[in-house]
Design a protein around this ligand. Structure first.
Ligand code: BTN
Length: 245
């Protein structure tokens, strides 16, 4: 594969992580928007060093290689952009109301249905691998996730076809990415606000506790702490928040 090759979808059975495979392909010159999809991951990666577990065949496990065309100031906006695209895609294939939780989880009825991980590597040219895991067919979750995770099958009684989910995801990803690159963050930001499960909620992110007030112009969360707005650029909404978090 080389840089001028057409973007492609690489479908694999079992991998350690689709993220690792995407980075390997990138190192060999794979084109922007190359997609890696696997049936199963033996070492799926989650945010903040966690593992992402999914029994074989239950989920859409995808990594999209992005060679960003964005100015440095807009790079952080890719994360909420992917969250919006994923929520929209889920809503297109199943009759569920998918919402986004800062920074980029996708929830249905307060439970996590999809997780998103953006990774880049130091040095070399700008490259981001966007990893998306969408729970499609799980009928149950391990005890530590139960009550906090859901799948499309659990929500609707039926798992969508994985290829249908992938097609919807890529269509939404391409559309929202193009909008971000063409018009900047504002349209994405507005859609994120509409889909938000976070705004208006009491949240705790690391040492900052208050009411989630808005998404800033670069994707940071603005938290109202006793009347003054604090910016949170990274982190995770923690257990100090309402029980469903
Ligand atoms: C999270 O912690 O919420 C992010 C989870 C991201 C999981 C996806 S599954 C496909 C891709 N490959 C990985 O190893 N992780 C991401």
């Amino acid at each position: 594969m080389n840089g001028s090759a057409a973007a492609s979808i690489v479908r694999l059975d079992t991998v350690d992580s689709t993220q690792s495979v995407a980075f390997e392909l990138a190192a060999r010159g794979a084109a922007d928007r190359t997609v890696v999809v696997a049936d199963h991951q033996s070492a799926g990666r989650g945010r903040r060093g966690r593992t992402w577990r999914a029994p074989a065949g239950t989920s859409l496990l995808a990594s999209i290689l992005v060679r960003p065309r964005l100015p440095q100031t807009l790079l952080a906006a890719l994360s909420p952009t992917v969250a919006v695209a994923t929520a929209e895609a889920i809503g297109l294939v199943a009759p569920v109301a998918a919402r986004v939780k800062w920074p980029n989880d996708v929830l249905v009825d307060g439970k996590k249905i999809a997780g998103i991980l953006l990774e880049s590597r130091a040095g070399g040219e700008a490259l981001v691998v966007v990893g998306i895991g969408i729970n499609l067919g799980q009928r149950e979750f391990p005890l530590d996730l139960s009550g906090r995770a859901t799948s499309i099958a659990l929500e609707t009684g039926r798992a969508p076809d994985r290829e249908t989910m992938l097609a919807a995801l890529l269509e939404q990803f391409d559309a929202w990415r193009a909008r971000l690159e063409r018009d900047g963050f504002e349209a994405v930001r507005e859609r994120w606000r509409q889909l938000s499960d976070t705004l208006g909620q009491l949240v705790t992110v690391d040492t900052v506790a208050g009411v989630a007030a808005d998404l800033d112009t670069d994707g940071a969360l603005l938290v109202d702490v006793g009347g003054s707005l604090k910016r949170v650029i990274a982190g995770e909404i923690g257990p100090g928040a309402p029980a469903r978090y």
